[in-house]
Ligand binder design. Structure first.
Ligand code: JFZ
Length: 415
């Protein structure tokens, strides 16, 4: 599909985005699934709506943190499974405008990120634990409550509501670059969401928007459904071989990954990944033709946890010098080398050296193709002369002769 290739061009170029999970669940601070895990009724969850008061919400700060980290786009939860809307929807009273925040938080987010030159995405949950016409199936908090389960519902009413809200989101905030639906399960998939109608409506308003693959359908098929999505969305894993369609061709994908182990803010979860792990997972994604959507979960006041900010700052410090090996890059087509990974942009091959070894870093068979080598972080010259003992290697093997026994950057040295 030619349109699809055109739509995804910026996405495949940009490679790195910020996922933001934020809503009422930041108050209990036990993750965004708290209502389901703890079987909370609407009434039990209501205090968080009454208390919601994000006095420190400043999306300009979020946008600066994202930009400084080298991220190029963002996706924020306009509505998560709990049904609470950060935007001023005409279709519900369960929204930020009716809390102490008293304003449309999506509007401020969209404006702030756009002002920093970042592309703007919205996450919208298909699942809705608050709407009276959404069934108590799957992980619904009331799934074990027979009274609730036996009440009459009109699922089409819910679908009208859901379609109506998506229309609001795509009509009231200018260009939206990504629509991130979440998620289909069991028989709640594909046309159950009236997905063809939904996607036709979306494309009529925002023809260039990218849609994830969680409405259902088969994105890998040679003839995917119209709602099968523009990119695959592996979650908390990096697909070992990247993602390919049924014919074996690479397709667009974006891994979404948490910084600790929860999407929404968790006060307990201090099990953060290191900046080195994040840098390396980003390199891994790009080396396999994928993107990384890295999550933060701002707290009840609206601030990104300081631990997350510290990681983003360090990733940004690395990106400031090394972004050329990420942004605009793709898989090299070469096998993964023993000492690290390759990424590539046109005729530039980036060697991401993660494991120093000793002596020279060897690139099998590449000598005839490589004119010169430079350290990406400072453009300093790296010798590629074959060393004295080089005759033990194949004549076409390329030697990257680093000047020191230690890697200049232990996290990832890019040549
Ligand atoms: C979903 C959400 O439930 C979660 O809160 C978060 O927003 C994440 C990005 O997306 O997580 C899922 C979705 C589907 C499955 C598991 C987790 N699944 O099908 O097993």
């Amino acid at each position: 599909m030619k349109e699809h290739a055109k739509r995804t061009e910026w996405f495949l170029h940009d490679r790195f985005g910020m996922f933001i999970h934020w809503g009422l669940y930041a108050i209990p601070a036990r993750g965004e699934w708290v209502r389901s895990y703890e079987y909370m009724s609407n009434e039990a969850y209501q205090p968080y709506f009454d208390e919601f008061d994000p006095v420190r919400y400043d999306p300009k700060e979020w946008a600066r943190a994202a930009k400084q980290a080298g991220m190029k786009y963002a996706v924020l939860t306009a509505k998560h499974h709990d049904g609470f809307c950060l935007f001023d929807s005409k279709l519900t009273e369960y929204k930020a405008t009716n809390t102490r925040a008293k304003r449309d938080l999506i509007k401020e987010y969209v404006e702030a990120f756009r002002a920093e030159g970042l592309k703007v995405g919205l996450y919208y949950s298909l699942i809705d634990w608050h709407h009276p016409d959404y069934p108590a199936v799957g992980n619904h908090p009331m799934r074990n409550n027979d009274d609730y389960k036996n009440k009459e519902i009109d699922f089409d009413q819910y679908l009208d509501y859901m379609h109506g809200q998506v229309k609001e989101l795509l009509t009231n905030y200018g260009t939206i670059d990504v629509m991130w639906f979440d998620y289909s399960f069991d028989d709640m998939t594909g046309e159950k969401w009236r997905s063809t109608e939904l996607v036709n409506m979306i494309r009529s308003i925002q023809p260039d928007i990218l849609i994830d693959n969680r409405l259902g359908g088969n994105i890998k098929s040679p003839n995917p459904e119209i709602f099968a999505g523009d990119f695959a969305s592996p979650e908390q894993i990096i697909p070992p071989q990247g993602v390919t369609d049924e014919a074996g061709n690479s397709i667009s994908w974006e891994a979404c990954i948490t910084l600790n182990n929860t999407w929404g803010y968790s006060a307990m979860d201090k099990d953060y990944k290191s900046a080195q792990q994040v840098i390396r997972v980003l390199v891994e994604c790009v080396s396999k033709n994928g993107n990384l959507l890295l999550n933060v979960g701002p707290d009840a006041k609206g601030e990104i946890p300081k631990e997350s900010l510290a990681i983003l700052a360090e990733v940004g410090e690395w990106m400031r010098r090394n972004a050329d090996s990420i942004v605009g890059c793709s898989s090299s087509g070469l096998p993964k080398p023993e000492w690290g990974r390759f990424t590539r942009n046109g005729n530039k091959l980036y060697a991401h050296i993660l494991d120093r070894g000793i002596g020279s870093v060897n690139v099998n068979g590449m000598k005839p193709k490589v004119k010169k080598a430079r350290l990406l972080s400072d453009n300093s010259e790296i010798s590629i002369e074959t060393p004295w003992m080089g005759f033990h290697a194949h004549q076409d093997d390329l030697f990257i002769n680093l000047a020191s026994n230690k890697l200049p950057d232990e996290r990832d040295t890019v040549v």
